[in-house]
Design a protein around this ligand. Sequence first.
Ligand code: RP5
Length: 175
Amino acid sequence: MATRKSKNNAKSANRNPKSLVAVLMGSKSDWETMRATSETLAKFGVAHESHVMSAHRTPAWMSEFSAKAEASGIEVIIAAAGGAAHLAGVIAAHTTLPVLGVPMTSALNGLDSLLSTVQMPGGIPVGTLAIGKAGATNAALLAIAILANSRPELKTKLREFREEQEAKIRATTLD
Ligand code: RP5
């Protein structure tokens, strides 16, 4: 018990009191993909924190973190998992904050992760993004869009980002 407590305290030290978004993932193996979430949030200047946190390997910590997230200033939780991907759904059960799920690629090419994340029974929503890196990037953009409802500066940055994408496509030439 003492060991578990000291581990949790060590994890608490990694908390950023300014975080608006928590990026959680079931395994370090998800980080290669979820780095895109963190990088996108950073590009928009959104304070966030990323943790490996598992619904089945650290259930107590996951429950505590998600139950206390809102009180600690978090406004959106992004949860990524692969396989029998219950992380986002279980987190959503502990909070009324918006929870965005990102299905990781897996032994079944992410289809198991997608269905496990997206098929929440009515009542406890998880906004589910695409499998893999596209979903990781879009989870950050959707979190930013949620935050932008009350932050005009973020809305401006989002509009500029859309304009950049449009300019790139319009400038595209083919051989
Ligand atoms: C899930 O199982 C994780 O989210 C990860 O996508 C998958 C495999 O985990 P590892 O075996 O790589 O730790 O819990």
